[in-house]
Design a protein around this ligand. Sequence first.
Ligand code: ATP
Ligand code: F6P
Length: 455
Amino acid sequence: MSSGESGRTESASKTFYASSDDTKICVVMVGLPARGKSLIAGKALRYLAWVGISARIFNVGTYRRKLSPHPLANFFDPHNPEGEKMRWAAAEAAVSDMLKWFKESNGVVGIFDATNSTKQRRAWIHKTCTEAGIETLFVESSCDDEEIIMHNILEVKTTSPDYKGQDPEVAAQDFRNRIRNYEKVYETIDDDEKSYTYVKLINVGSTVIINQIKDYLSSRLVYYIQNLHIKPRSIWLSRHGESEFNLTGKIGGDSDISTRGEAYARALPGLLKQSGVPPGAKLTIWTSTLKRTIQTARHLAAETGYDKLEWKALDELDSGVCDGLTYEEIAEKYPEDFAARDEDKYNYRYRGGESYRDVVIRLEPIIMELERSDNIIIVTHQAVLRCIYSYFHNMSQEQSPWMEVPLHTLIKLTPRAYGTEEQRFKANIPAVSTWRGKGSSAKHQDPVDGTQPNH
Ligand code: ATP
Ligand code: F6P
């Protein structure tokens, strides 16, 4: 899988993209209010954090709120000099903090989240960034679908701190008036700006225009952003049914599922149904190429007729020379490695195998494909599932490798405007625990009290 034979912790500074490349990018959001700019910015931030890139959002609304916490629509009228002054001041303060962050915190991607709706404003940002050695990537979201805009206003704008304590209907009307004020001066990105790097998303990505992408990081970001959609859907995650290796406490391998694992495989179609599949929805089943996930998804595929796809990228973390050993045997044979892994589990790479960081990198195409897709059920392995889960829940690199993901449990994730909703469905079929606490080499440790029950 990976080139590493080191059996040691990798440098954390080696990120997803070439470590020698010192590209810094300012992603400049563009668009009228309620066009999903903050949502796109938030998702891009989560993606970047997941692949290990230092990124931060600078939201001008937050700065403006310090100057004017509850403004009415009239504040945003371009002919209101007082409002104009404060809005420029907020934008300048955000840009100044962003430049400071790039310099002092070694930031890689700063996301400048505002409407940036005039050519004048964009020219200013472009010039300021260029002078500071920072590339710009403009991301415009335009949408003229009244139904989507109204839905957006009701979903997120009436609960904005701008309207705290106000009647939602009054807030919605005021927000529509705010949009009208922006429309008076709004200029879409056009040929006058063709020297800029930009992506234009029209009506939630139904048309995408891409211009002048110059580097690898921008191209990955653009590919990610263009695949985002807002159709309601869920993603189901499950580990394979208990395997023969799980029973003996061995890691890795390509063993069959146990009798109890087979019972879980048979129960999976019912469990999925119980979790609430929207009527008429067509799911796709993704498994790894290893027997235990394919066997677990077998009945599900047969009973539902859902399409099935095997991904090599979903195979379990490669434990290299430790493949087929128990944690106790690893601690005996490779004590230094065992301790090094506990010290920094995310970055530790097994001799001849992988680290969690390596797994995240090979899962990147899976995340891209997941963002493009509708309903998907993924049957995979403990470490891989932790990595996918950490993307959806924005979990830190310190936490995710230690997360408990019990066998015989279906996790349903439903992306919402901000954040991911989660439900868990436990099959009533016992299985061993494969969780291991820091410092322990115990087999089948209980994640709640750390004991080792008899099986
Ligand atoms: P503002 O300028 O007031 O900050 P905004 O453009 O940042 O507004 P968001 O707060 O991100 O708007 O709006 C979130 C809503 O936009 C959600 O309901 C989400 O479903 C929807 N949305 C997400 N992507 C898009 C898109 N490409 N086009 C239109 N709406 C979208
Ligand atoms: O024990 C089951 C298993 O999927 C192994 O094959 C794999 O090496 C391990 O879990 C990953 O978990 P951890 O990173 O906690 O050792």
